[in-house]
Design a protein around this ligand. Structure first.
Ligand code: ZN
Length: 684
């Protein structure tokens, strides 16, 4: 390494360092489609940039956020005019005609960026952001039009300069870097991205940088970094833990898929409450970086996106396969490694979320683009991951792994579609998978399957078991695991069905007591009620939710109103107490313990579960009913305890019940729901 670091050396940057690619001798500066020189002053939010663009066409159109004004424009040194070409919301379109014989356009532009909006919640962040600056952190999202984009996909070099103890970065290879010195007092760094990129996100913040160099057997070492604010960096072992875990994930996926395609990976702390994955880095809320599940799950998910999404690109026209594949190979794979029970709990959570999507709101997997609301995530993450699981179950682990490695080799740094994936899996499996992909991608929803009759009859020394299996229309071709209970012991088989009504027979050793379909939940389908305890997400994503105030006190009503506003994806309609049993849409009952108990009793509903009574400062639970609307209850000791749920409660959609002490969850869980054992009738 040019800076004399040995692999594995931990470095906190305290002196001026200049970093060059190891062993590279540059004969000539490479030319990028976009070369940006940016100066940002987060305290005043002043932004100044010089862009050198190689436009794809002589008639060059680009967009800039309304806060930015072009001050000079020239083509190969000759001044050119920039004219307004329309406007959409806060984004203005501009147009330049490149004079004949000119190749590169130089634009100088400046402005004062909007202030960072700290009130953005996760849903707001997912909707796209303007470029925003503050001393606590600046985020210039690619969607915020802070630079002139030369083409749909383009290469770039960005040099960024920020004052004092601010640091800044964009995705790409760190090319040069210098810390503030007496003269300039500014931090400067330049980054290169030589592959086709769809956009550039720029981040700055008051960060300390830590670095570890990760050696690799057959490739150049990787530069791993954390960009954490001082107080986060000071948390014992945290930054080091992130660097070590990043290395572990990179090694895992290099082994499973192929060599990591970039020169480093950074974990960057954001003042905003969510996580973004970009090529070469992840930008995660500083608050959540302290939570253990981020390192255990989200970090691996974002690292893997460097292969799926930022390595092989998703073609927006043909659907997003990358979230499901990433969820399957990261989040779900970690659960599989943990235990069979943990993996089953993940599958149950996906199927539960699916069952909670109201009829008529289903979307096909082929139509999934990105996560904009809960119902879309159910398909784009849950169903998609389950489709990859069913595919691996169908073609075997070897063929599955080979297909993914070949897909990676063939489509690196290019758009790929579901049909490219299908082709890779078909080649590895040596057979057509068209019916599989057609039914799981193009159809919305999923099959409801059940055994309607099970009979058994002695035959020779054995017993012939005959099952009638029916499913909802349209029928799916399904490979269904089947549990057969004989003399109290469970035996696992599988059956294949493909029609609305199939009769399946098989020989077993002795007279079975009962049978159960897909007990391990390995097939995407509509679970029946016996397998589906109600969970809070059914309320969160309800299209027409309703709520009832159990208490009359002003401060309690105020806290409940704020919680109702925060909890549901669409504003809930208030109901009077005597309407608890009316309608079919989910209802949430909120108030203080005695008022909630009285309301439940007046409505003839089951009383507070004994397992929750008397615990913590607030209790939340769902009520399973055979008729009437599903009811969720939020019951608190006082107004303060109710208000404390405002931030945490919306994050617990996967639970049936919770006990809170203030903002902290003391206990939580999902109601028990045994699958249905279908009794086997003996035939004479
Ligand atoms: Zn993702």
């Amino acid at each position: 390494m040019s800076d004399g670091l040995r692999p594995q050396t931990l470095l906190t940057l305290i002196a001026v360092v200049a970093v060059m690619a190891s062993g590279t001798v540059r004969a000539a500066a490479p030319s990028f489609d976009l070369d940006l020189d940016v100066e940002l002053d987060p305290a005043t939010r002043r932004f100044h940039a010089v862009a050198t663009v190689a436009p794809a066409a002589r008639d060059f159109r680009f967009e800039l956020h309304e806060s930015l004004q072009v001050t000079t424009a020239s083509a190969d040194g000759k001044s050119v005019g920039v004219v307004a070409a329309g406007r959409e919301g806060p984004i203005s379109a501009w147009r330049v005609r490149m004079p004949a014989g000119t190749a590169r356009l130089r634009l100088e532009y400046r402005g004062t960026l909007p202030a960072l909006d700290r009130d953005l919640d996760e849903r707001g962040v997912l909707r796209g952001l303007p470029p925003m600056a503050s001393e606590d952190g600046s985020f210039l999202s690619a969607a915020g039009a802070w630079y002139p984009q030369p083409a749909t996909l383009f290469s770039y070099k960005v040099t960024v300069s920020v004052p004092g103890d601010q640091r800044a970065l964009v995705p790409g290879r760190l090319h040069t870097e210098s810390l503030p010195s007496g003269v300039s007092g500014r931090y400067r760094a330049s980054f290169e991205f030589a592959h086709p990129a769809a956009g550039i996100d720029l981040m700055a913040g008051p960060w300390l940088i830590r670095e570890k160099v990760m050696p690799r057997a057959n490739a150049a070492p990787l530069r791993l970094r954390t960009y954490f604010p001082r107080e986060l960096d000071a948390v014992a072992g945290l930054a080091d833990g992130y660097l070590d875990d990043t290395r572990r994930y990179l090694e895992l996926y290099e082994e499973e898929i192929g060599a990591y395609p970039f020169t480093g990976f950074s974990v960057v702390a954001s003042p905003l409450p969510t996580g973004f994955g970009m090529a070469t880095l992840t930008y995660i809320g500083a608050e959540v970086l302290k939570l253990p599940f981020i390192r255990a799950t989200s970090l691996g998910h974002e690292v893997l996106h460097n292969w799926w999404g930022n390595g092989v690109y998703v073609d927006d026209a043909t659907g997003n396969w990358s979230e499901g594949l990433t969820t399957f190979m990261a989040d779900y794979a970690y659960k599989e490694r943990e235990s069979g029970a943990a993996a089953r709990a993940s599958r149950l959570a996906w199927l539960r979320d699916f069952a909670a999507v109201p009829a008529g709101h289903h979307q096909s997997l082929a139509a999934f683009r990105s996560r904009t609301h809960g119902a879309a995530a159910t398909v784009g993450y849950g169903k998609s991951a389950m489709v990859f699981l069913m595919l691996r179950d169908a073609i075997g682990e070897d063929a599955f792994g080979r297909a993914l490695r070949a897909f990676w080799e063939e489509h690196r740094f290019a758009n790929a579609s579901w049909s490219d994936l299908q082709a890779a899996f078909e080649k590895a499996a040596g057979r057509s998978l068209a019916p599989f992909f057609e039914q799981w991608l193009d159809r919305a929803g999923g099959p409801a399957v059940k055994i309607t009759a099970a009979t058994a009859k002695a035959e020779g020394g054995k017993v012939r078991l005959t099952l009638t299996v029916v499913q909802s229309a349209p029928a799916y071709a399904l490979h269904l695991p089947l549990e057969i209970v004989i003399a109290g012991r469970a035996e696992l088989r599988s059956i294949d069905v493909g029609g609305l009504r199939d009769v399946v027979t098989m020989l077993v050793d002795a007279m079975p007591e009962g049978v159960r379909l897909d007990p391990e939940l390995r097939v995407w389908r509509v679970l029946d009620r016996a397998q589906l305890p109600p969970i809070l997400r059914q309320w969160v994503i309800a299209p027409a939710p309703r709520w009832v105030q159990a208490s009359d006190a002003g401060d309690v009503r105020e806290a409940a109103t704020a919680l109702a506003k925060r909890f549901f994806e669409v504003p809930p309609r208030p109901l009077s107490r005597d309407a608890l049993n009316k309608g079919a849409e989910p209802v949430m009952l909120m108030g203080l313990h005695p008022d909630v108990d009285a309301a439940l009793s007046d409505a003839g509903l089951p009383s507070r579960p004994a397992s929750l009574a008397g615990r913590g400062s607030a209790q939340v639970w769902t009520i399973e009913r055979d008729d009437g609307p599903p009811i969720a209850v939020v019951s608190a000791r006082d107004a303060v305890s109710l208000r404390a749920l405002l931030t945490p409660l919306p994050h617990y959609g996967a639970q049936s019940w919770l006990v809170f002490d203030g903002r902290r969850v003391l206990d939580r869980g999902v109601w028990q729901a045994p699958g249905r054992l279908v009794a086997v009738q003996s035939e004479r």
